[in-house]
Each structure stands twice: as structure tokens, then as C-alpha cells.
Design a protein around this ligand. Sequence first.
Ligand code: SAM
Length: 281
Amino acid sequence: MSSPESERLSPGLYIVATPIGNLSDLTPRAADTLSRADVVAVEDSRVTAKLLGHIGVKRPMLPYHDHNADRVRPALIERMAREAVALVSDAGTPLISDPGFKLVRDARAAGHAITTLPGPCAAIAALTLSGLPTDRFLFLGFLPSKAKARADAIAEVAAIRATLILYESGPRLGVALAALAEGLGARDAAVAREISKAFEECVTGTLSELAARYAEAGPKGEIVVMVGPPGEAPPVSEDDVDALLTDALERLPAAKAAAEVAKATGLQKRDLYARALAMKA
Ligand code: SAM
């Protein structure tokens, strides 16, 4: 339960998720925490000032971003002993492709209380729009911008049986989709754009269809790309099984040939052994 507004927040770190578009997505609990924090660690004070203005509060802000984090972290950790330090990013959940994990790590090591205030996250919101399987997913953040590193990163995850979620920018979208189509083959995919904003959309298709659609010019706005898991391997035909067994029987006795083909196809070794004996006869 939230405390009365006048009450001070207990000292520690508060990780506060903020809207990724529509400001009404700020939770009441997030607004309450931001309005009572002693200091708000922010990526960009202009962005957070707008959010604080939206809820009608002014709080001291302290920049915490990739370029100064190592320098300002010790003082922030020290302040958590006696003050409520809220951490926000420009949009969404802090730490998710945003600064903050080292702050949490060090706050934990120093024994400070840590509270997370869940809320919007573009990766999860996009996944819910995509219609792709949600039971297993892998968040990859941003792909590398250099072609070789990007291809390597894609090859690394090609066999993973999960929906892949990636952050992208408009200008890089076409190149990224082409690289995904090249590295992952024919898979269902989705491009979610401007979630919770006026021009929210989610375009679905195969990777190559989407790569063709966005080849010329990337769309404006913020983008999440999702790729469905690889399909089941096609069933092995009887002719294929016989060909594999014939090849194996030229080199191995029937039991070993059956074991080899069972490993390659996932079929029952017992059935393959019976078939191998029949073929020999
Ligand atoms: N921490 C944020 C979160 O929880 O989603 C993500 C920060 S990351 C630096 C910014 C990227 O998130 C954007 O480049 C875009 O890929 C994605 N993103 C953020 N807001 C979005 C939105 N409204 N619609 C689609 N993608 C968005």
C-alpha cells in the first residue's frame, strides 16, 4: 500500500519504469514514488522534467548515463544509505537496453533496500502485439551495426527455439531485416512501431517479406523487431529412412546402423533395427 504523500520514502534505490509513449501509462505508484524521491537519477533531465511536469512535481535530478555512470555511481550508492534514490530512463524500464544494472549490483553489495516499480517495457509490449509464440522468448537488445558482427550475432542464436526480440531504429531496419532473413531463413516475423503512440502499428510477415517492404526506406519512430522460432524439422520420409539405413548398413552391423539412423532422425531405434533386418533379408 502506498504511504501518504507527505511521508518520506524510506532510504534505498527505487527502480521506476516510465511510459514508452502515452504518459497515462505511468502507474500511480511510480508517480507517487517520483514525487517523494529525494533525488531522481535520470538519463536526460529534459526528458524526465517533462514527465515530472506531467504529474505536477519538481524533484532534484542527477544525470546517470553511459558517459558518467562510473564516476557518479559511488556518490549515488552512498546517498542511498539515508535518501530515497529513484532511477528512471528516458522511456520504459530502466536497465533494459538502458543504464542501471551496475547501480543495482553495487546497491545490493552495499546492503541498501532495492524496490522495483514495474511498468512499460517496449520488448514485452511488442511481443504481446506480434501474435508470435510467447512461451519462450529471447531479448537480444540492439544488433551490432557492423555487418560481420551482426551476422555472427544472428548465427549465434539461429538454433534457439524461442521468439527473438530486438530493438532497432528506422534507418537500420531494412539492413537488419535482410541480415535476419539471410541468417535465419523463412520465419514468421513482426515489426512493431511507435507502441502506445498515435501511429502505433504492428506489421507481420515472413522475414524476407518484411525485408523487402523496408528495403528502400526505414519507417520513422521507435521499432521492435520480433522473429518467430525455427519450425519443426520436416518429417523424414520412408524413402529417406531407407536411404540412410542402406548407407549405414554398408559400414555397420544392423544394430549400430539402426542406432546411427535413430540419432540422425529422432525415430525409434527398435523400429529401425527391424527395418534394417528386413532390408538385409
Ligand atoms: N528501457 C526501454 C524499454 O524498457 O523498452 C528501452 C530503451 S532502448 C534505449 C530504446 C529502444 O526501445 C528504441 O530504440 C526502440 O527499439 C524501443 N522502443 C522504445 N519505445 C518504443 C515504442 N514506443 N515503440 C516501439 N519501440 C520502442
